[in-house]
Design a binder for this molecule. Structure first.
Ligand code: ZN
Ligand code: ZN
Length: 136
């Protein structure tokens, strides 16, 4: 499918022909803070399928799992654009909130559901995990 999106000011944009491989809503503390919301919604696609236009700023931190997560945001408007996970080097996780068509995102699971704040309660019929599900 055609995937495209941009930040609030439009300085950072992305597009590509990609099949979503991993679509997730994450309620972990880092996602909550970096998204300035109760959770982050992310669409994982093959990294090489996506072309990023414009200048992003990246922030690297260690996730609970011990892996390094790099989050990229627009330096002008602050919109989070994507994240990358050192444990999944061939993937890029686009912030679903930045998609030109937000309905193109279809979450498959919720992770770190145990950390959802009361004002952003998990409302999802599919699989929910208290933390990160085991990989495989
Ligand atoms: Zn921007
Ligand atoms: Zn998270």
């Amino acid at each position: 499918m055609q995937v495209s999106g941009k930040c609030l000011c439009g300085a950072v944009h992305y597009s590509g022909q990609a099949e979503p491989q991993f679509q997730v809503k994450c309620y972990c503390t880092d996602c909550r803070k970096s998204s300035a919301s109760g959770h982050a919604a992310m669409m994982g696609v093959a990294r090489e399928a996506i072309t990023i236009g414009g200048e992003v700023k990246e922030f690297l931190s260690k996730a609970d799992s011990g892996t390094e997560v790099t989050r990229a945001f627009c330096p002008s408007c602050g919109t989070g654009i994507y994240s990358k996970n050192a444990a999944m080097p061939h993937m890029i996780f686009l912030r679903a909130a930045t998609l030109d068509d937000p309905e193109a995102f279809s979450p498959q699971m919720v992770v770190y559901a145990s950390r959802a704040p009361g004002w952003d309660a998990v409302n999802f019929a599919g699989p929910k995990f208290d933390e990160m599900p085991p990989r495989g």
